[in-house]
Each structure stands twice: as C-alpha cells, then as structure tokens.
Design a binder for this molecule. Structure first.
Ligand SMILES: *Cc1c(COP(=O)(O)O)cnc(C)c1O
Length: 424
C-alpha cells in the first residue's frame, strides 16, 4: 500500500530509525502538539486521537488542570527520594486511598513496575500469611495476558515476540484460559497459590471482554481458596470502560460507591497510565493493611516512586475524572459507538464484530491475524484524520480520550465508516 509521508515528517522518522532502537513499529505520523481529543503532526495536519497513548490520556491531551498542577510542582520541588519525607506524598496517599477506598497505596512509576510490585506483595503474603512454603508460591495468570515488559512479566506471557530469546524465565506462574472459571477453580485448589492476576478486559490481546460474571466469580473463588484477587486495571481503569474501574461491572456509580453486588473488589488493585492523564509516569498498587503491611522498610522501593510531581499530577488527573464525569461520558458514548458500528456491520462483510465496554473498543476485520489489513485501514484512517493502531493483523482498537463530545464522536464514526467502505 502506498504510504505517503510529508518531507518534514520523513526527516523525524529517519532520525528515529537511525539513532533509536527498533523496538516499536509506529504508524508513519509525527506528532508535535495535542489538545483534548486532537493531535497535530509536524506538517500541521490535525487528527482525532483514537489510541490515547494506550489509554494513558483519558483526560485528553495537555489538560490544563493537570499541566498546571505539574508545572507548579515542578517549580517548587521535584524529587526528594524516599530517604526523606515530602509535603505532597502523604496528601496524595490519603487522596488516592480515599478515592479508590483502600487502606494503603504503594506508589511506583510505570505500569510494569506496579505489576512487579503486586507480584512481590502477593508472594510475600503467601509465605507470611497463608503459610506457603518458601520459594513455592504460584500466581495464576491468563493466556494472552499483557502485564508489561520486564523479565518476570514476559516470563508468563505467551506472545512469542515478547518472550523469545529473553529467557531463562522467572518461575512461579500457572497459566489458565481467560474467562474460564472452572480452570481457575481447579488451579486454586493447589495449596501454594498466592493469587490470581488478571485484566478485567484484555486490552492488548484485542479488547477481549469476558462474560459478565467472570470478575465476580473470580473474586469469590479467590476468597473461597484464600488467594489474592489481583486486578491489573492499568488500561481498563480510571473511567475508560464507563465506570471508575472495570471491576465495578455494570454499576453506574462512577466507581465511588461500594455496592457489593456489582463491585468485584480486588485484594490488590494495580493502576498506571491515566493515573497521570499521560503527563508523567505514575503507577500505584493499592491494598488493605493485612496485605500491604507485609512490606516493611528496605524490602521494596523506587527512587522516583511517590515523588512530589507524581503526587500533584495524579491528584489533578483524578480530580478531572470526577469533575468532568468521564466515566459517565465513556459509558454513554461507548454504547452509542458500538450501536452505530453494529448498524454498519449489518451491511458489510468487511468487519465481523465490534466489542468492548465504555470507550475501550475494538473491531475485528474479516481477514487473518497475520494479514496487514488492519494496518492498511489504520493508514487510511490516518489520511482521513483519525489515528488508531492495530493490536493484531485483523484487530483495531478504538480508544479516544474520554473528554470527547457526541458531535466529535459522530464526526469520527463518519470517518471510520467511510474508511472501512474503501476496503469493501
Ligand atoms: C500498559 C499496560 C501495562 C504496562 O504498563 P507500562 O507503563 O507500559 O509499563 C501493564 N498492564 C496492562 C494491562 C497494560 O495495559
């Protein structure tokens, strides 16, 4: 397919190609500015952003509340390390634990670090609280998971690209099929299980959305067998799926209530990405005292974890989510988006289905996983002013910032359908 790129863009692409490691394969577009749901490339062309930096930019690009909090804090105090206290950390810790209703938070920076932290806490809990024999704890994970890129995390991936030639792998993980409660129960019957680590919706795998009761059953089974229910909400959390957390299920409370019948409350909650609105790397692990207190001084840490900028940015980012009712907007626009795309699907063989929740959605195009159809559609979408990225050869994720309006979404749906029609 003919890929057109402006001269200026090509220069930047060439620089990355020559001087940067080739660990990504970006769509050929070079961005220089963002505002709300829009980004602009270096030739001045404007696009709707339908990736939102993998759901880090839920609050929209360069949200003024977040940028102000960040710049004010950057002028005042940036980093002390945890060798000393600072006047933002405790304030942030109170704010974030009130917001998500857990006793304690352990602040980190990237998502993968937060997953690593959760794994360490779960193992330590297994040895010190559950009485598992040292070095024997197992964590149950799902096939086609995505939890990040560290050596331990890729050890339990089944993506060959992510794993091959990065061994030897970290042991201690048992893989079961996603959305399979029978397999989960069987695995939990071993007496050395520390916990079950799961994405409420598998984002990277192609927005695989499990049965409605999977999270609730998983939580119940973990409780029954005395194992920790660990939710990786790095991509699904913070309003993306139409509730504050995807484990809130169908509850329409914006995630701030504690309706036991719909809320599959995790024992360990992992957040990242939109916790900062994309302004800064901020991740967090939340748990109640009986779990979090297994970590004592010197046993875990990070130079940048809990730094004053991160605290200020995260509080602003979470304020925006509440003040602008982003969960509600994601829920309403998501329902509308899927119904409009479903209407189109009835008329065509090009797209086989649309799935997702809130504004985390994907379409599956009628071609093989190895095909380049999704990539080619994304190139065309780019030409028409909308940026999205395939998750597989035949799957395209659609995840715009949650500050989008209905009028803007109508505009986007028109672009998407027009583009898909070119591939009929
Ligand atoms: C993005 C993501 C991660 C990793 O986060 P990084 O900040 O890239 O390390 C982990 N889990 C899920 C579900 C993610 O979507």
């Amino acid at each position: 397919m003919n890929v057109q790129v402006g001269n200026k863009s090509q220069q930047y692409i060439d620089l990355e190609d020559k001087h940067g490691a080739h660990n990504y394969h970006p769509l050929p577009v070079v961005l220089e500015r963002g505002d709300g749901v829009f980004v602009w490339d270096v030739e001045g062309k404007k696009y709707y952003d339908f990736l939102s930096a993998y759901s880090a930019v839920n609050q929209g690009h360069c949200h003024p509340t977040i940028v102000n909090a960040m710049t004010e804090q950057a002028k005042t105090l940036t980093l002390t390390s945890r060798a000393f206290h600072n006047d933002k950390l405790g304030v942030y810790e109170k704010y974030v634990t009130d917001y998500f209703k857990f006793d304690k938070v352990l602040p980190m920076n990237t998502g993968a670090e937060a997953v690593e932290t959760a794994i360490k806490i779960a193992r330590k809990w297994a040895y010190e609280k559950k009485g598992v024999q040292e070095h024997d704890a197992q964590i149950i994970v799902c096939e086609n998971n995505f939890h990040g890129r560290t050596t331990t995390v890729i050890s339990f991936s089944n993506d060959e690209n992510a794993r091959k030639n990065f061994g030897p792998y970290t042991p201690g993980f048992i893989k079961i099929a996603y959305d399979d409660t029978d397999a989960l129960e069987k695995a939990l019957q071993q007496d050395n299980i520390a916990g079950f680590l799961v994405e409420p919706i598998q984002g990277e795998a192609g927005v695989y959305t499990p049965s409605d009761d999977f999270m609730m059953r998983a939580k119940e089974l973990c409780a029954q067998y005395n194992a920790l229910f660990i939710a990786d909400e790095i991509q699904t959390g913070i309003a993306r799926t139409g509730a504050l957390l995807a484990v809130c299920g169908k509850c329409s409370c914006e995630g701030h209530c504690e309706r036991q019948e719909t809320y599959s409350r995790p024992d360990i909650l992992i957040l990242g990405k939109a916790l900062s609105g994309g302004a800064y790397p901020v991740s967090a692990v939340l748990a109640d005292d009986e779990v979090m207190n297994v970590i004592q001084p010197g046993q875990h840490g990070s130079t940048f974890g809990g730094n004053p900028i991160a605290g200020a940015v995260a509080m602003a980012a979470l304020d925006v989510v509440k003040d602008e009712k982003l969960a509600q907007n994601a829920r309403e626009l998501g329902n509308y988006f899927r119904s409009r795309i479903n209407e189109y699907i009835e008329t065509t063989d090009t797209v086989t289905l649309v799935r997702g929740r809130g504004l985390l959605n994907a379409i599956v195009v009628n071609d093989s996983e190895e095909s380049d159809t999704a990539w080619n559609i994304c190139l065309r979408l780019r030409d028409h002013g909308l940026l999205a990225k395939p998750t597989h050869g035949n799957i395209i994720r659609f995840a715009p910032p949650l500050v989008m309006t209905k009028e803007q979404l109508d505009d986007c749906i028109e672009i998407i359908i027009k583009t898909l029609k070119e591939f009929e």
